[in-house]
Design a protein around this ligand. Structure first.
Ligand SMILES: *Cc1c(COP(=O)(O)O)cnc(C)c1O
Length: 362
């Protein structure tokens, strides 16, 4: 049996069947139905946020977050992320301005943001990469000083809390991905969290072709609704989320136990004030007897498929060739060449973690 970097969690089959049974009678399959509404409420509670809007996927949620804020100009962001973050900026006609990352947790280096601000800067789009919480206090200060919006890509940070506060309360808005491979999922899906109540109505229209009622179209919208089937999957998975995270923690802790104490193997550190979700296990091989690529190869020969999250940087994508200065984010560049994300999911056993560690250390 091969081991992949991630593996989707499934609720008990009977539980899902039970949850969708009434859809056969009601035929209410999409359009903010009862399951959609119930999931929104459940997520408001679990994430400890004021508002949640649901979407067809996390990427559309992020694109529409930027769209709803009616931004123009430049957005300061990180190149050390999944394609979605940068693509959402560019697809809104905005210009990404890449800021380097911190060496300790790979999030945006807030101390380097101010020097990138111009009169065109309209927003900051940081990523809580691997569930590590960005330096939100510093980012908040800068945003206030220059009157910028802050939208967090919290795709990796479902359930993460800082000093008891939901991570989705930070900034103007946060985007969570409910993709099948994430800590919590609705097969495909995504959500935005925010405190501004007026956005509820705006998002309801934008994701439904801009329509307000049947005869009135008030904004340029698209179709990005979450269906009742997907919401049903979310309702089932939400029931098991604490168990999901504690199972991940077991595997995560075993990795830490086996791989810590080696100077050339850098592991993710979790801050005291953070309730983590154990979403990923990134390892930076820096001067180790094997390079990152060699470790990946050794594992692959044994049917274990780690991933180079995140390589290449989004600023290096073919589509953006010669558009961005890669040298301006040297730490991001260096980490992306040394990082390997090892398999981590709820059903990964301690024995499997041991097998992976044996191969890495041999
Ligand atoms: C998964 C992910 C997204 C996109 O989410 P989808 O739900 O797959 O559209 C965006 N940003 C980051 C960092 C992600 O990992």
């Amino acid at each position: 049996m091969s081991i992949n970097v991630v593996k989707s969690s499934m609720p008990p089959y009977e539980e899902f069947c039970g949850e969708i049974k009434d859809l056969w009678d009601s035929r209410w399959l999409t359009h903010t139905g009862p399951k959609h509404q119930k999931l929104e409420k459940g997520l408001i509670d679990y994430l400890k946020v004021k508002n949640v809007s649901l979407f067809s996927n996390g990427h559309m949620a992020l694109e529409l977050a930027l769209n709803a804020l009616e931004l123009e100009g430049e957005v300061i962001t990180t190149p050390y992320t999944f394609a979605s973050t940068t693509q959402a900026i560019v697809r809104n006609g905005l210009t990404p301005v890449f800021c380097d990352i911190r060496e300790d947790d790979y999030t945006i280096d807030a101390d380097k943001i101010e020097s990138l601000i111009t009169e065109k800067t309209c927003a900051i789009l940081p990523v809580h990469v691997y569930g590590s919480v960005c330096d939100y206090k510093r980012i908040d200060e800068i945003a206030k000083k220059y009157n910028l919006k802050v939208i967090y890509d919290a795709a990796h940070a479902f359930g993460v809390e800082i000093n008891g506060k939901g991570v989705g309360t930070l900034g103007d808005m946060s985007m969570f991905s409910f993709h099948a491979t994430k800590v919590f999922h609705t097969v495909e899906g995504g959500g935005l969290t925010y405190s501004d109540n007026s956005l509820n109505d705006k998002f309801a229209r934008i994701r439904q072709f801009g329509m307000k009622g049947q005869e009135s179209v008030t904004v340029v919208g698209t179709n990005a609704k979450m269906t009742e089937m997907h919401a049903a999957m979310g309702l089932c998975n939400l029931k098991h989320i604490d168990e999901e995270i504690s199972k991940r923690k077991k595997a995560f802790d075993r990795y830490i136990e086996r791989l810590s104490g080696i100077e050339s193997i850098k592991l993710l550190k979790i801050k005291q004030c953070v309730k983590h979700n154990y979403s990923y296990f990134p390892v930076v091989f820096d001067g180790y007897k094997y390079s990152r690529d060699e470790v990946a190869e050794i594992l692959a020969k044994n049917d274990i498929f780690a991933r180079k999250y995140f390589y290449p940087l989004t600023s290096e994508f073919e589509v953006y060739q010669n558009r961005f200065d890669i040298q301006s984010t040297p730490i991001a560049k260096s980490v992306s060449e040394k990082v390997l994300t090892l398999p981590l999911y709820a059903d990964l056993s301690v024995e499997e973690v041991d097998k992976i560690c044996d191969l890495v250390l041999k």
